[in-house]
Design a protein around this ligand. Structure first.
Ligand code: ATP
Ligand code: MG
Length: 433
């Protein structure tokens, strides 16, 4: 029997996990400058949480959900996205209450699950970093949250990005547009893909998002949402564009852009990359927008919201293609070489003392000969090699060698065990006062 990981999943191994940590740490830093705080919600939720919010005509809900009945016959889902669960938590924990300052700004990072056809940048278990700001309808929230996403990519060192925005307007605008779209699409009904035929009356905006080539040719001539915006919707979108201009943030308006989730209104955006990682084609690495009706939909008081999600796997593909280096794990300050079995207890004691003093220390666990231990010290890029053999045991001392400078000293074991920082300064040739 050969065991394999499930299709569309990945093992993140040492060497790779450092990159994940770097992305996650950088996100935490950037988000905390905007006063976003972490929220952790369950990996699985009731099926209804997603069908109600993400929308029961969306691909995610109709085709991609990992849903099942648990032993108590509850219909549950491995979360396909982050927003619905957070809004559920916001309502359930009454974060709308007066003791929580508004907007409530939260971020999350973790696995998401979608039953998709796996390919590069498209997994069945993938990971998102996302944020939600709940409780303000101000376009400044839209703009600053978009700026924060761009700031994260910038801090990581990813360039060549394109910000694309659109508006879906408020409910009244969208209803007017919806009707116009149905009127436009109905004469083409027979030519539409099966999916789009189903969606024409349920959710015609989604036809704009069809991946079907024939559908795309038809919708190329569809009316534009921008011609159906009422005053409020126009004002919101105009302010968003002005604020982006003021901050010097470049963007494109794509009036055909819709999102794969049903809960959006007003501003939506995508950050796209045409990195070599995607064969020079534009691929979305971050997406989000405003969802002013979602909290109410999930049973809370009317509360505006804005958020985004970004795919960590796609971000890492870009980082690798762009040759972005991440800080690697610390090399040992000391590698302790023991000569002979008698040295082992002392080697363990010294190594532990150095670790307890807050330094990285390592020694051999495979009974290697001294020569092989020195080789290992080199391979690990240890700064100092400490040797403990018969003569050192007799004098209760240790021999230290600075691997970069060749500087060598012999010091009492007690000194290493009590104050390794001073010993390290000595072998580095530093003066310590
Ligand atoms: P796409 O059109 O590429 O399927 P989407 O509209 O389904 O994307 P969202 O639900 O908005 O994507 O998710 C936001 C981000 O999460 C995407 O931009 C992408 O970076 C990432 N993402 C989405 N689905 C996957 C997946 N199956 N595998 C890896 N990353 C994904
Ligand atoms: Mg998708």
């Amino acid at each position: 029997m050969v065991y394999q990981r499930p299709k569309g999943t990945a093992d993140i191994l040492p060497g790779e996990s450092e990159k994940w940590q770097y992305v996650e740490q950088t996100a935490r830093q950037v988000f905390s400058n905007y006063q976003f705080k972490e929220i952790r919600t369950p990996i699985f939720e009731s099926f209804d949480v997603f069908s109600r919010s993400v929308g029961d005509t969306s691909d995610i809900v109709t085709k991609e959900m990992y849903d099942f009945y648990d032993k108590g016959k509850r219909h549950v889902v491995l979360r396909p996205e982050g927003t619905a669960g957070i809004v559920r938590a916001y309502v359930e924990n009454k974060l709308f209450g007066p003791e929580h300052s508004k907007p409530v700004k939260v971020y999350y990072m973790g696995p998401m699950f979608r039953y998709e056809r796996p390919q590069s940048g498209r997994m069945r278990e993938f990971h998102q970093i996302g944020v939600e700001a709940l409780g303000s309808a101000s376009p400044t929230v839209d703009v600053e949250t978009i700026a924060m996403a761009l700031g994260l990519f910038k801090k990581i060192g990813i360039g060549g990005l394109k910000l694309v925005i659109n508006t879906l307007g408020n409910l009244a605008s969208r209803q007017a547009y919806r009707q116009a779209l149905i009127d436009f699409l109905e004469p083409h009904f027979a030519e539409l893909s099966e999916d789009s035929q189903v969606r024409l009356h349920k959710n015609p905006l989604r036809v704009l998002d069809s991946k079907d080539k024939k559908d795309q040719a038809i919708v190329a001539d569809a009316p534009s949402i921008l011609d159906y915006l009422d005053e409020e919707s126009t004002a919101h979108f105009t302010t968003v564009k002005t604020l982006l201009d003021n901050l010097g943030i470049a963007y494109e308006v794509d009036p055909t852009m819709v999102r794969g989730l049903d809960y959006y209104n007003h501003t939506i955006f995508e950050i796209m990359s045409n990195s070599k990682a995607f064969g020079g084609q534009y691929m979305t690495v971050c997406a989000g927008g405003r969802y002013n009706g979602l909290v109410e939909e999930i049973g809370g008081p009317a509360t505006p919201g804005f958020g985004f999600g970004l795919g960590i796997e796609r971000m890492l593909l870009v980082m690798d293609a762009d040759g972005i280096e991440v800080p690697t794990t610390k090399a040992p300050a000391a590698y302790v070489v023991g000569i002979g079995a008698e040295a082992v207890p002392t080697v363990v004691q010294v190594t532990q003392a150095i670790r307890n003093a807050g330094f990285v220390a390592e020694h051999d666990y495979l009974d290697r000969k001294p020569k092989a231990q020195f080789k290992m010290a080199n391979r690990l890029n240890a700064e100092v090699v400490i040797t403990i053999g018969e003569s050192e045991l007799a004098t209760q001392s240790a021999h230290l060698k600075n691997m970069a400078t060749g500087n060598e000293i012999t010091v009492p074991l007690a000194e290493i065990e009590q104050d390794f920082a001073t010993v390290l300064a000595q072998v580095r040739g530093e003066q310590r006062g």
